[in-house]
Design a protein around this ligand. Sequence first.
Ligand code: PLP
Length: 467
Amino acid sequence: MKLIFEKSVPGRHCSLLPKCDVPDAALPEALVRQTAPALPELSEVDLSRHYTELNQRVHGVNCGFYPLGSCTMKYNPRVDEDMAALPGFAGVHPLAPKDAVQGCLSVLDTAKTYLCEITGMDGMTFQPAAGAHGEFTGVLLIKQYHRKRGDFKRTKIIVPDSAHGTNPATAAMCGFEVVNIPSAPDGCVDLEALKAVLGDDTAGLMLTNPNTVGIFDENILEITRLVHEAGGLCYYDGANLNAVMGVVRPGDMGFDCIHMNLHKTFATPHGGGGPGACAVGCKAFLEEFLPASALMQGEGRLQVRSFMGNFLVVVRALTYLLTLGRDGIPEAAQNAVLNANYLMRRIQGTFEPAFDRVCMHEFVLDLSEYKKETGVSALDVAKALIDYGMHPPTMYFPMIVHEALMLEPTETESKETLDWAADVFREVYARGKTDPDYLHGAPHHAQIGRPDEVRASRNPVVRWTKP
Ligand SMILES: *Cc1c(COP(=O)(O)O)cnc(C)c1O
């Protein structure tokens, strides 16, 4: 496919702007371009075809099954988009006076009330632009809490080895030393390992529960009790709340602070670079450290982002909450868990789950035995799925499982789709046994085969330059 610049023909254009009906304003000489910008010049039909062609080369949740684990690439109801497009929301100016935007403030306040109820928290901000940014905000609350008490010796944040990579990165960005603890063989936190690192230098623990292998830690109350006993705080990475929303509350598990990715669980299409939004909730004793917002006045509060954050993402989240309601929210979570368990059991017998137990919203397949036997890797299998019109699952994550494929079917997939997906996995499994070379060369029918992934990440060419 040609780049839009390569399709450009000098002088061709789409539509004509109406004649300017206001006087020209002279710009300061220093701001005026010396040469015209190199913009592509296309007719409207060619432009339309260009973007349609691009669209057809992409796999989205509207094209087919997209079981990307850890990320909830789920179908987002169209009504959420309709609400976000209402002119009163979409056209609102960030500097509008408060009395002109009471409806918008009410959206923020209502969403906060519901999400606090769902998480068992007291205070909340919507400012952060995404999950990692929310973690950064939340861990700063923990830092500030210790500082205010004059407790400067708490320099360490404990992170289990099953954590999402953003957790240790966040702790380090906030100036903490990261203490990694190994998981027990069942994929949960190793209580002895936790006890061994807790002390009066512990600022807190960052935990995902259910964790990134899709397992709900049965010792969660004991874990948070131990951390509190040592004087630390508990941070809940709720980026993906799909398994537990409306069912169990992180606040009741003993967590003090949480972030949720509204662009994962709460109805904003995710992928393609945003915008996202992150809700950071906290218990009442941390509220005084939350960033400033229009809902919450306070002297000396800082902001972590301009204005109200990505407000329209909150509009989608509130619509999602209102359309599902008190019964629908736990039902969605339960269906997400049911679908994951169903798919795991339908695939089992070919590729085996890394942990043979009831999973939450996602599960991990361990292909290390299969690879030993056939030479076919998790990467080969992931690539082969593309030929069937399925987006590959997450590969090689979490790191505690070798040759990992991590699947999260989500709640909206039908039994028919899950049966189809399981059949595809079984077919690929069988093919790898008899014809491993076929899988080494997959995908065979995609637009792009196997790009040189090392070169693509080390030497990305993302900008067109005039030849
Ligand atoms: C996605 C995710 C994050 C990071 O969120 P971003 O919006 O990508 O910054 C953090 N933790 C977990 C468990 C996640 O799944």
